[in-house]
Design a protein around this ligand. Structure first.
Ligand code: GCW
Length: 834
C-alpha cells in the first residue's frame, strides 16, 4: 500500500503543486519555501531522546521525519545530551538531573507538555518535556504543527494540557470488514471475519489520532459481535494493539453483554450471577495478558435490539459495574452508552417521547456507577440530527463519570458527500450552560468531569475512516476528525481557529487558500441545515433507510420516535411541561424556562420543543412556512456558491485534490436542489400555503422527462412523490436495450447550460448520451456509489452540460442504455441561459 501511495505522488505543476491523495491528511510536512525556511535556521541539529520507551522513540523519529519533510534536513538522533545545542525530549523524571538549569511545570497533568527554549547544561536547547512519554509525543506534534503553519519556534515557552483525560474515538467496524455508517471503503482493521494481515493503515491512523492528542480507539461496532472475545480473536487484537502502541493510543473494544451465553458456554448473562462476573473476570485477564495497555470496553445494551441487563431485571449500573470491576484490576475503564431507548414507542400517544429516554434511564442511577465506569452520552437527546439541543443528561449526573459522544461520521449530515464542518455545531452544545449548579456549567465542563470533580470524563468521537486513500471520502471532511481531536484537547478553541489550522496544515499557507477554505468550512453546517431540516424539526431524511436523502414522512407513524408531527396545520414536537411530553422538565429551571415557551426558544430549535402552526411568526419575523421555503432556497443557492468559492482556488490547490473536492461540491449543489424541492413541495402540499415568492411548484426552465417524446422509455411514479420533480420520472421499459427521450428547444437562440437530473443507483451502471440534432454533445455513465437501488431522493443526481449553442426548433434527445437493475432513469432537464 505504502509503495502504491508513494508512487502516485507525482509532480503536476513545475516545482509547485504536487498532486496529493489526501492520505497524509494534516501531517504532510510539505517543504517550506526558502524565504520562510530561514525562520528555522536556528533549529538545533540534534534531537536527544532521554529514555528508550517505544513512545519516546516514536516521538524522536516523528520529529526527524517532520523536519526532514519541511526543511530538508536530517536531525541527528542522540540518546544523551551532546556538547552542543539540541532539541531535548524527556519526561520530568528524566530531566531531573538537569533541574537546576531549567524550571519545569511539574504540576502538569498526564499528556500535557512544555515546549521551551532554554539552556540545558549551559547550552541553548529546545526542550520538549512532559510528565509522561505520551506528552512528549504530543509536544513533538505541536512543534511540527507550528512549523507547518509557519509560526516561529524561537523563544518558546508554551505549556499545554488536555482538558480531560478521555479523548477517544469509536470506530463502528464490523468483523466482516464492513463499517456501520461507513461511507469510504472497507475497514482498516477487519477483513472477512478476521483482523487484516496488513495493518499499515491502522498504524497510520493511530499516528493521525496521536497528532491530535487522542489516546484511545475502540475498533469495532457498538453493535458488537461476540466473536471478538473468542480465544482465536485475542491474539489478532494484540496485533492491532501493537501498531497503536508506538503512538500511545490504547486499544479498546465494544462488547456484547450477551457474550457469556453466546460464546462462554453459560446459559445466562445475568450481571448479578457470580458465574457471569467470573467469566468476564477471566476474559479480561486473558486480554491483559496479551495487551497490557488495553483501554477497556464500550457497551451498548438494551438498545435497538441489543442484549442488556433488563433481561434479568437488573440495572445499567449493575451491568456496567460488573465489567468495571473486572477491568479495574488492570487499570481499564468501561464506557456505558446512554443511547438507550425503546424503538417500539406508540406514536399515537402524544406523551411518548424518545428524547426523554436517556435521562429517564440514567438519572435515577446517578451515584451508582463505579469510578472506572463512564456514561457515554450523545450530544443531543435524539440521535446526531443536524441540530439538537444539549442532552439534559449531562447536567443530570453529578456523582457519575460522563463523556460526550460526538459523531464525526456524517451519518445524518450528508455522509461525507455534502460538506458539513461540524465543530460549529459541537461548539454550540459544548458551550451551552445547563445551569447544573454553580455559576457556569457548560456541557464541556460537565463532560470533562470538571464541574463535579469526577475522576474521569471527556470526549468520544464516532469516526468511520475506511480503506479509501483519503480516509473519509470527501477531502474536506477530514476537518471533522481534526476538529474533534482539537476540541477534545481544548474545547475552548473556536471553530474558526480550528478550520484555519486544519486548512494551513492540509492545503498550505497561501492566504487566499486559507481564507476561502476556512470560510467554506465555517458556513457549511448552516448551509446543510438550511436545505435539509428547518428550525430544529430534526433532519427530514429517510430515517428508515439510508439516513441520506429526503424522506419527510419516514419518521412519522412508526415506533422510532424521531417524529416531527407535521400535519396540514402545523409542525413540531410539543415537549413542554404544560401541554406536551414534559421533556423540558429534564432541564434545570433556568433552561426549562427558556424552552417551555415558544417565545423563549430560539428559532433554530423551535420545532424541537413546540408544535406550532405554519403561520406562527418566528423571532425573525417570518412565518414558519415561509422560513421553510426561504431557507431551502437560500441553502441550495449557498451550496452552489460553495462551488464558485472552490473554483477560485483552481491554481492554488494541487489538481488531484482540487478535482476530488470539485466533484463532491458539484454533486452537493445538485443534491441540495433535490432536497429543496422535496421539502418545499411536501410542505406546500400538506399546508396548502403557497410560497410568497412564487418559487415552490413553479419551474419554468424545467422540462419533465415524462413530458418528453419517449421511445423505449416509460413514465412511472416515484415514491415518495416529492423525491422526483412532478412526482414522476421515466425509465427504460422491461426488455429495452436502448431508450430515447426527446424534446424541442423553444427559446431564443443563445448559449445555454443543460442540467440533466437522472438517477444513479448502485445496482447497475447505465450510460447516457445527449444529442442536439444529430450531434452528440455529451455522454456519461451513472457510476457513482449512491446509497440506493431505486430511483428517488438518494439516487437523484445531475449532469451539467455547459456552453451549448442552442437554436429554437433544435431537437434535443437523451439516449439511455440501461444496465442491470438500473433502467437509465431520468427525472427532468433544466435549461439555464448563460
Ligand atoms: O444513529 C444510530 C445509527 C446506528 C447506530 C446507533 C448507535 C451503531 O443509525 O447505526 O448503531 O445510532 O449509536 O448505537
Amino acid at each position: 500500500m505504502r509503495h502504491f501511495i508513494l508512487a502516485i505522488f507525482v509532480l503536476t505543476a513545475p516545482g509547485r503543486l504536487v498532486a496529493e491523495t489526501g492520505y497524509a491528511a494534516w501531517l504532510r510536512y510539505a517543504p517550506i519555501d526558502a524565504a520562510v525556511r530561514e525562520r528555522y535556521d536556528t533549529l538545533p541539529a540534534n534531537v536527544v531522546a532521554l529514555g528508550d520507551s517505544i513512545v519516546i522513540k516514536t516521538a524522536q523519529a516523528e520529529l526527524i521525519r517532520g523536519v526532514r519533510g519541511m526543511l530538508g534536513r536530517t536531525l541527528r538522533a542522540e540518546a544523551t545530551l551532546p556538547k552542543e545545542s539540541a532539541i531535548v525530549l524527556g519526561t520530568f523524571a528524566a530531566l531531573k538531573p538537569y533541574a537546576s538549569t531549567t524550571s519545569l511545570p511539574t504540576s502538569l497533568k498526564e499528556d500535557g507538555f512544555l515546549l521551551k527554549s532554554t539552556a540545558v547544561n549551559g547550552l541553548p536547547c529546545l526542550l520538549i518535556a512532559a510528565p509522561n512519554d505520551r506528552g512528549i509525543l504530543y509536544g513533538v506534534f505541536a512543534l511540527l504543527s507550528k512549523m507547518a503553519r509557519h509560526e516561529s519556534v524561537t523563544g518558546l515557552n508554551d505549556v499545554q494540557q488536555p482538558y480531560a483525560p478521555i479523548r477517544w474515538v469509536n470506530q463502528w467496524d464490523n468483523l466482516d470488514g464492513s463499517i456501520e455508517r461507513g461511507y469510504t471503503g472497507r475497514s482498516i482493521f477487519f477483513e472477512n471475519g478476521s483482523v487484516r494481515a496488513d495493518l499499515t493503515r491502522a498504524g497510520d491512523y493511530a499516528r493521525l489520532l496521536a497528532s491530535l492528542g487522542i489516546n484511545g480507539c475502540t475498533i469495532n461496532n457498538v453493535n458488537a459481535d461476540p466473536r471478538i472475545l473468542t480465544d482465536d480473536f485475542l491474539p489478532q487484537l494484540a496485533r492491532i494493539a501493537e501498531v497503536f502502541r508506538p503512538w500511545g493510543v490504547a486499544l479498546s473494544i465494544s462488547v456484547d453483554l450477551g457474550s457469556p451465553r453466546a460464546i462462554g458456554g453459560l446459559e445466562t448473562f445475568d450481571p448479578q450471577d457470580a458465574r457471569v462476573g467470573a467469566w468476564w473476570g477471566r476474559k479480561v485477564e486473558e486480554i491483559y495478558q496479551r495487551i497490557p495497555d488495553f483501554g477497556g470496553f464500550v457497551v451498548k445494551a438494551d438498545s435497538e435490539g441489543r442484549f442488556g441487563p433488563s433481561t434479568y431485571g437488573r440495572t445499567h449500573a449493575d451491568a456496567a459495574n460488573m465489567l468495571a470491576r473486572a477491568l479495574k484490576l488492570h487499570g481499564g475503564v468501561v464506557f456505558y452508552r446512554a443511547f438507550v431507548y425503546n424503538h417500539h414507542l406508540d406514536w399515537r400517544d402524544p406523551k411518548n417521547d424518545r428524547a426523554k429516554a436517556a435521562y429517564d434511564n440514567f438519572h435515577p442511577l446517578d451515584g451508582k456507577f463505579d469510578d472506572n465506569a463512564i456514561v457515554q452520552i450523545k450530544n443531543g437527546p435524539i440521535d446526531f440530527q443536524v441540530r439538537e439541543p444539549a442532552s439534559p443528561l449531562f447536567g443530570g449526573l453529578r456523582r457519575t463519570n460522563e463523556a460526550i459522544e460526538l459523531q464525526i461520521t456524517q451519518e445524518y449530515t450528508g455522509q461525507q458527500r455534502h460538506l458539513c464542518f461540524l465543530p460549529p455545531a459541537w461548539k454550540e452544545v459544548l458551550d451551552f450552560d445547563l445551569h447544573a449548579g454553580g455559576s457556569s456549567t457548560p456541557v464541556k465542563d460537565l463532560a470533562a468531569g470538571r464541574t463535579f470533580h469526577r475522576p474521569m470524563g471527556g470526549f468520544v468521537g464516532v469516526a468511520n475512516v475506511g480503506m479509501d486513500t483519503n480516509w473519509l471520502g470527501h477531502p474536506l471532511a477530514m476537518a471533522n476528525l481534526y476538529g474533534f481531536g482539537r476540541l477534545a484537547w481544548d474545547p475552548n478553541l473556536s471553530a474558526r481557529a480550528i478550520a484555519e489550522e486544519w486548512t494551513r496544515l492540509t492545503f498550505g499557507n497561501d492566504p487566499a487558500v486559507v481564507r476561502t477554505i476556512t470560510a467554506m468550512q465555517l458556513a457549511s453546517w448552516h448551509i446543510y441545515e438550511s436545505y435539509t431540516g428547518p428550525l430544529g424539526a430534526g433532519a427530514l431524511t429517510d430515517i428508515l433507510g439510508s439516513h441520506y436523502g429526503p424522506g419527510i414522512e419516514s419518521s412519522e407513524r412508526n415506533g422510532w420516535g424521531q417524529w416531527h408531527r407535521a400535519d396540514h396545520e402545523g409542525i413540531g414536537m410539543d415537549r413542554t411541561v404544560a401541554t406536551g411530553t414534559g421533556f423540558v422538565a429534564q432541564y434545570t429551571a433556568p433552561v426549562a424556562k427558556l424552552y417551555e415557551s415558544a417565545g423563549g426558544t430560539p428559532d433554530e430549535l423551535l420545532l424541537f420543543f413546540h408544535h406550532v402552526t405554519y403561520t406562527h411568526e418566528l423571532h425573525s419575523g417570518k412565518t414558519v412556512i415561509q422560513h421553510i421555503y426561504d431557507s431551502h432556497y437560500e441553502g441550495a443557492e449557498q451550496a452552489e456558491e460553495l462551488t464558485r468559492q472552490w473554483s477560485s482556488l483552481k491554481d492554488q490547490v494541487d489538481e488531484e485534490r482540487y478535482a476530488a473536492v470539485r466533484a463532491r461540491l458539484d454533486y452537493q449543489a445538485g443534491h441540495a436542489i433535490v432536497w429543496r424541492d422535496a421539502v418545499c413541495n411536501w410542505f406546500f402540499r400538506i399546508s396548502g400555503i403557497a410560497d410568497a415568492r412564487g418559487r415552490v411548484g413553479h419551474y419554468p426552465n424545467r422540462i419533465e422527462a415524462e413530458a418528453m417524446q419517449l421511445q423505449g422509455y416509460v413514465p412511472f411514479d416515484v415514491t415518495p412523490p416529492e423525491n422526483a420533480s412532478g412526482g414522476k420520472a421515466i425509465e427504460c421499459s422491461g426488455q429495452a436495450q436502448r431508450c430515447e427521450a426527446t424534446f424541442r428547444f423553444d427559446r431564443p437562440a443563445g448559449w445555454y447550460d443543460l442540467d440533466v437530473e437522472y438517477f444513479d443507483q448502485n445496482n447497475g451502471e447505465s450510460r447516457f448520451r445527449l444529442f442536439v440534432g444529430d450531434q452528440k454533445v455529451d455522454e456519461w455513465a451513472a457510476n457513482d456509489h449512491l446509497p440506493a437501488t431505486k430511483p428517488g431522493g438518494d439516487s437523484s443526481t445531475r449532469r451539467r452540460i455547459t456552453g451549448l449553442a442552442l437554436r429554437p426548433g433544435d431537437q434535443i434527445h437523451i439516449e439511455g442504455i440501461p444496465d442491470g437493475g438500473e433502467r437509465a432513469p431520468i427525472d427532468y432537464v433544466e435549461i439555464r441561459a448563460k
